[in-house]
Ligand binder design. Structure first.
Ligand code: S3P
Length: 448
């Protein structure tokens, strides 16, 4: 199954002593938001360190379709000449967001309060994912939607002619829903209020403030109450995108389970709404340290050092940590295979509606590799076999999901027999240099 051209068969083989520095790409969440907020500002936003993965490139194309000028210099700096809040033009073609839930949901929000109509589509994975979580609340602003059954893409949004401000209590822990509402609120008069019970990644709030929007967050017993004053003029910014902790997770976890490893992953953003994986790994007994801790652009940053950790133990990962590491459960489940005892992950029903049903996709490949996995609607548990104890030998299905593909490639570095992937092409959505970077550390990952 591939929506990314010819399937790329890949395999990972037992490796030893991963060594060196892993310079992972820019943060995906911040990259999407840089392009979208740049497009909604008046003047030129400059972005360096943008993730040049397929997901973000699709968002760049979409911003051009809505009227912004988006260009890349030879030195890798991106320049966005924005059209201002409320200045989006109507795209003259269907907007294809590829594999990206973040791209499509944020852009839907950004256009829903402008008097224009746009039709969105994506690849086979994105066209299965639930969009009603975004389009239902966007209707409160006055936007109308026609889509396929089950609230799925392709879908047309008719933006509100006379948007009204909204107060919305987000029922699912989703930064995409929260962000879509805030972006829609930009072009509504008055105050839009978004309430979230569990803190999800707060890049939209931080970046909106950085671009000059009036936005405040109050922590209350009800949850986080975010208030945005509509119709600001956003001022263009110069953005240095920090490196993605979700991408850092792969070389870090690979080093922990591969004998003799010592890997440094420099300049990783450690925003607390994103970095729940790292304390979780330390609780499991991982030799993982933060070096040169500092603040950059208002975000905490450190270099991560991960060393082979032969005495990992299974733990219970609490539900209230889920939002801060939601994209990292697949690779955490791989580390859990090499721990002694059971790792239980609770409060994770959102994993079932990501690029794939990530609990199902991981459980299939791990079971085929000789690991016992239990699962329920919103939890799963992996029974670790300790270092050296995981048979491997599976042929794993990727289900068009980059993080599933990379997680199985990490698994195969420490199993007894190689792990094969039906299609590694989705890796290019978020981590186009994955094979090169892992190979540079000494990981035996092959094509074919
Ligand atoms: C993202 C939010 C999360 C995450 C995704 C990126 C974002 O999705 O899984 O990879 O940039 O806002 P949800 O909002 O669906 O939890």
């Amino acid at each position: 199954m591939s929506g990314h051209g010819t399937p790329i068969k890949m395999s990972a083989h037992a490796s030893q002593g991963l060594k060196g520095e892993a310079h992972v790409p820019g943060d995906k969440s911040i990259s999407h938001r840089s392009l979208i907020l740049g497009a909604l500002s008046v003047g030129e936003t400059k972005v360096t360190g943008l993730l040049e993965g397929e997901d973000v490139l699709d968002t760049a194309k979409a911003m051009r379709a809505f009227g912004a000028e988006v260009m890349r210099d030879e030195d890798g700096t991106w320049h966005i000449h924005g059209v201002g809040v409320g200045g989006f033009a109507e795209p003259d073609q269907v907007v294809d967001c590829g594999n990206s839930g973040t791209g499509v949901r944020l852009i839907m929000g950004a256009m829903a309060t402008s008097p224009i109509t746009a039709t969105f589509t994506g690849d086979a994975s994105l066209n299965k994912r639930p969009m009603a979580r975004v389009t239902d609340p966007l209707a409160l602003f006055g936007a109308r939607t026609v889509g396929r059954s089950g609230g799925r893409l392709p879908m047309t949004i008719v933006g509100a002619e006379m948007p009204v401000p909204v107060r919305y209590d987000v029922p699912v822990p989703s930064a995409q829903v929260k962000s879509a509402m805030l972006l829609a609120g930009l072009n509504a008069p008055g105050e839009t209020v978004v309430i979230e019970r569990d803190a999800t990644r707060d890049h939209s709030e931080r970046m909106l403030a950085g671009f000059g929007a009036k936005i405040s967050t109050e922590e209350t017993n009800e949850g986080r109450i975010i208030t945005l004053r509509g119709q600001p003029e956003l001022s263009p910014q110069t953005i240095i995108v920090p490196r993605d902790p979700s991408s850092a997770a792969f070389p870090v976890c690979a080093a922990l389970i591969t004998e003799g490893s010592d890997v440094l992953v420099p300049n990783i953003g450690l925003n607390p709404t994103r970095s729940g994986l790292f304390p979780t790994l330390r609780e499991m007994g991982a030799d993982l340290t933060y070096e040169r801790q500092r603040a950059e652009g208002g975000e905490p940053v450190a270099d991560l050092r991960a060393r082979f950790s032969p005495n990992l133990r299974g733990i219970e990962v609490p539900p209230n940590r889920a939002a801060s590491m939601i994209d990292e459960y697949p690779v955490l489940s791989v580390v859990a295979c090499f721990a002694e005892g059971k790792t239980e992950m609770r409060g994770v029903k959102e994993l079932r509606v990501k690029e794939s049903d990530r609990i199902d996709a991981m459980a299939r490949g791990l079971r085929a590799s000789g690991v016992t996995v239990d699962e329920g609607a919103d939890w799963w548990a992996v029974h670790g076999l300790g270092h050296g104890g995981v048979p491997g030998g599976a042929i794993c299905e990727t289900f068009l999901d980059h993080r599933i593909a990379m997680s199985f490639m990490v698994l195969g570095l420490a199993t007894q027999a190689a792990v094969t992937l039906d299609d590694g092409s989705p890796i290019a959505t978020s981590f186009p240099i994955f094979e090169q970077l892992m190979g540079g550390l000494g990981a035996d990952i092959r094509r074919g």
